[in-house]
Design a protein around this ligand. Structure first.
Ligand SMILES: NC(=O)c1ccc[n+]([C@@H]2O[C@H](COP(=O)([O-])OP(=O)(O)OC[C@H]3O[C@@H](n4cnc5c(N)ncnc54)[C@H](O)[C@@H]3O)[C@@H](O)[C@H]2O)c1
Length: 283
């Protein structure tokens, strides 16, 4: 039975997952290596709920309850008695494995360990867990995680059926739609989306078109909800590049997944999209 949810990483995804968890009635503990990121996430989440209340989409009782559910964990050990820990730290395999080694030691042995990785193998991450690796699973939310319904539930080689069932049920309790995926590089959506980003970046480089023009064409004539450049800015240019690099490597450097120098230059320059105030657009 899942009552207490721990979340690691208070960035774009961790804060959205925390909001979705707390509003669904779960006692929610948010941890980040940098405590100021948790403070920033809490104020953004609360501001979002306040706006919803002002628009009449959330009543005061529910907002107060959700705020009461949201708690800060000052250190990783603060997640020790959580029933599930959802990891949404940066997309770096060594960092994630290191975190899972620590979680193996501090978590309850029956606690589920879910990763929000966009591209890494769940089986590979689970090898860092010696104590019941069947509890390691992929739980891939989409951005913004408090709004988007889809969650890819990824079963690694060692993930138990009980873990899959518990996570699928949890998704439904959070108002999400779980879709069971195999442990293949980037799973379903991110793999399909590689071409959306990759080809757009190629066109940008080859034809020197304005990103806004490409976005407008894709939205107005192609019926996409967002254009590729708006979407990359929302995701984070650094996150998008890390995912592309990981998929490129996982498919043995298949040229169709080759990362773009445009993205690399933006990351090197700190132009990471919405979160830094500038990416393809200024915010
Ligand atoms: N951005 C997206 O659209 C998106 C969508 C789906 C999945 N994801 C995945 O979610 C994860 C997080 O992505 P994000 O966009 O939220 O990144 P982000 O850069 O916005 O946030 C990452 C957070 O992790 C924290 N962190 C780094 N190392 C840590 C550690 N050792 N312990 C605790 N916290 C640590 C950072 O301080 C930061 O606040 C990645 O694996 C990414 O691939 C991202």
């Amino acid at each position: 039975m899942i009552n207490k949810i721990g979340i690691i990483g208070a960035g774009t995804m961790g804060s959205g997952i925390a909001a979705a968890s707390a509003i669904s009635g779960f006692s929610t503990f948010l941890y980040d290596l940098f405590p100021e990121s948790v403070d920033k996430a809490f104020s953004a989440i609360k501001k979002g709920w306040q706006k919803l209340e002002e628009k009449g989409k959330l009543n005061a009782d529910k907002r107060n309850a959700a705020e009461g559910n949201l708690q800060k964990a000052a250190e990783l050990e603060g997640l020790a008695d959580c029933d599930i820990i959802i990891e949404a730290a940066v997309e770096n395999i060594e960092l994630k494995k290191d975190l899972y080694k620590k979680l193996d030691k501090i978590s309850k042995p029956e606690a589920i360990l879910a990763t929000n990785t966009s591209s890494f193998s769940i089986t590979s991450i689970s090898t860092a867990v010696k104590n019941n690796p069947g509890r390691v699973i992929g739980m891939h939310f989409f951005n913004p995680a408090n709004i988007m319904k889809l969650v890819e539930v990824i079963k690694g080689e060692f993930t138990s059926e009980d873990t899959v069932i518990a996570v699928a049920e949890l998704c439904k309790k959070m108002g999400k739609v779980p879709v069971l995926c195999k442990d293949t590089p980037a799973f379903i959506v991110n793999r399909v989306a590689r071409a959306f980003y990759g080809e757009s970046l190629k066109i940008l480089g080859e034809e020197s078109l304005d990103p806004a023009l490409i976005d407008t064409i894709m939205k107005e004539e192609g019926s996409f909800a967002m254009g590729p450049f708006e979407l990359m800015d929302l995701i984070g240019i650094d996150v998008n590049l890390s995912v592309t690099k990981s998929v490129y490597e996982a498919f043995f450097y298949d040229q169709k997944y080759k990362p773009s120098p445009i993205q690399q230059k933006m990351v090197d320059s700190g132009l990471l999209g919405r979160k830094t105030g500038q990416g393809f657009y200024k915010y």
